[in-house]
Write a protein that binds this ligand. Structure first.
Ligand SMILES: Cc1cc2nc3c(=O)[nH]c(=O)nc-3n(C[C@H](O)[C@H](O)[C@H](O)COP(=O)(O)O)c2cc1C
Length: 349
C-alpha cells in the first residue's frame, strides 16, 4: 500500500470516527461495574491526590491521550492541540502511527509536538505488524527520535488489517520481532491493541518478551470494525465488518485478566473510557492509568482550551469518584471494592 494511500486512509479515519456510527454500546463495558459508595469519606474533595508516576514520568492525573493521528495535514493541528493540552494539565499523550512520516519526510511535522509540550510523557507509535514488513530497530528508533518520545507504542490490530483491502496480515513470527525491539531499543515498549483487547494469556506472552507496559484497548468504545465497514470497498469486507461489530474482550475484563496474569505490569486501561467514573472503575479493577482517544478528537479540531476543558471534566469526575469512595489517593482507590452489576434479579417474580 503506497504512502499516498496511507494519507488518504488517515483522512478517512478522522472523518469517519468523528461523524460515523462507530461507537460500541457500552452496556457490556464499565456500566456493568459499580464502585462501593462511601457515605462517610472523612476527607476533603480538594485534598484528593490524583498524581502518579508512569513510565518514569510524573503525571498530575492518571490519564493518557491515546494515539490517534498524524500523517495528514489536518492531523498536525489536532496533535498540537492535544499535546499542548496535555502539557497544561500534566497528563500523557501518544501520537498516531508514524509510518507515513517514516516513508515521507515532509509529513514529520504532523507529529512534532515537543515545542508545545516539553515536559509531557510522550509516546511514539507504530503498527507492530510493520516489523514483519521490513521495519526493524532503525525505524523504531527513528519514530522515537522524530518526536523526542519517552517510549514507543507498538499497536496490534489484526482484525483491522484483516478488514482492509490490502491490509498487512503477516502476523506469524511477530512476537519474536517485538522481543528484539524490547531488548535493543533502550526505551520502554508499550504493547497496545486498538479496541479488541489484550487477554491475560497474550499479556503474559508480551511480558515475557520484555514490554514495559500493556495498553489493553478493549471493546466498548471506538469500533474499528465499524470504521472499516463504513469505507469497505467490497461487499465481502463490508459484510465481514458487520459480523465483527461486537468482537473483542470488553475493557474491564481485559484489565482483570491482565492484572491477574501480570501482577506487576504497568497497565493502561483504554477502549470505551468515557468519563472520570470509568477511569475510577478501571483503576479499582487494577489499571495504573487510563487511555482515552475518541472523546478528545472533536475538541482537538477546535482549540487547546477545548481539549483542556474535556480533560478537566474527566479529572473532576475522577476526583469526585475518589471522594465518594473515601480514596485520598490512587493507592486507596485500588483497594475500593468493585461490584459487577446484574447479580440481583432485575424484576420480582
Ligand atoms: C481517529 C482515530 C485514529 C486512530 N489511530 C490510531 C493509530 O494510529 N495508532 C494506534 O495505536 N491507535 C489508533 N487509534 C486507536 C485508539 O488509540 C484507541 O485504541 C481506540 O480508539 C479505542 O479508544 P476509545 O474508545 O477511547 O476511542 C485511533 C483512534 C481514533 C479514534
Amino acid at each position: 500500500m503506497g504512502v499516498g494511500d496511507t494519507e488518504a486512509r488517515k483522512e478517512a479515519h478522522l472523518r469517519l470516527t468523528m461523524d460515523g456510527p462507530v461507537q460500541e454500546p457500552v452496556s457490556e463495558g464499565f456500566a456493568a461495574y459499580r464502585l462501593e459508595h462511601n457515605a462517610l469519606p472523612e476527607l476533603d474533595l480538594e485534598a484528593v491526590d490524583l498524581s502518579t508516576t508512569f513510565l518514569g514520568k510524573r503525571l498530575r492525573a492518571p490519564l493518557l491521550i491515546s494515539g490517534m493521528t498524524g500523517g495528514a495535514q489536518r492531523a498536525r493541528e489536532i496533535n498540537r492541540h492535544l499535546a499542548a493540552a496535555a502539557q497544561e494539565t500534566g497528563i500523557g499523550f501518544s501520537v498516531g502511527s508514524q509510518r507515513a512520516a517514516l516513508e515521507r519526510a515532509d509529513l514529520r511535522s504532523t507529529y512534532e509536538v515537543r515545542d508545545v509540550a516539553p515536559d509531557i510523557l510522550l509516546l511514539a507509535n507504530l503498527g507492530a505488524v510493520q516489523l514483519r514488513r521490513g521495519y526493524g530497530l532503525d525505524q523504531c528508533r527513528a519514530a522515537v527520535e522524530m518526536i523526542g518520545a519517552d517510549g514507543l507504542a507498538l499497536h496490534l490490530n489484526a482484525v483491522q488489517e484483516g478488514l482492509q483491502a490490502g491490509g498487512d496480515t503477516t502476523f506469524a513470527g511477530l512476537a519474536e520481532r517485538i522481543g528484539a525491539i524490547c531488548r535493543d531499543l533502550g526505551q520502554p515498549i508499550v504493547a497496545k491493541e486498538v479496541g479488541w483487547g489484550i487477554s491475560g494469556a497474550v499479556a503474559a506472552r508480551l511480558a515475557a518478551l520484555g514490554v514495559g507496559a500493556i495498553d489493553v484497548q478493549g471493546a466498548g468504545g471506538t469500533s474499528w470494525a465499524r470504521v472499516e465497514g463504513l469505507r469497505a470497498p467490497t461487499d465481502r469486507l463490508r459484510t465481514a465488518a458487520d459480523a465483527f461489530a461486537g468482537w473483542g474482550i470488553p475493557t474491564p475484563d481485559c484489565i482483570v485478566q491482565v492484572r491477574t496474569a501480570c501482577p506487576t505490569m504497568p497497565i493502561v486501561a483504554g477502549g470505551g473510557i468515557r468519563n472520570g467514573v470509568d477511569i475510577a472503575k478501571a483503576l479499582a479493577l487494577g489499571a495504573d492509568v487510563a487511555g482515552v482517544a475518541h472523546p478528545f478528537l472533536e475538541p482537538a479540531t477546535r482549540t487547546v482550551q477545548a481539549v483542556v476543558d474535556r480533560i478537566e471534566q474527566f479529572t473532576f469526575e475522577l476526583r469526585l469518584a475518589m471522594f465518594a469512595t473515601g480514596s485520598a489517593d490512587l493507592a486507596a482507590l485500588r483497594r475500593v471494592p468493585v461490584q459487577r452489576r446484574g447479580m440481583l434479579p432485575t424484576s420480582r417474580p
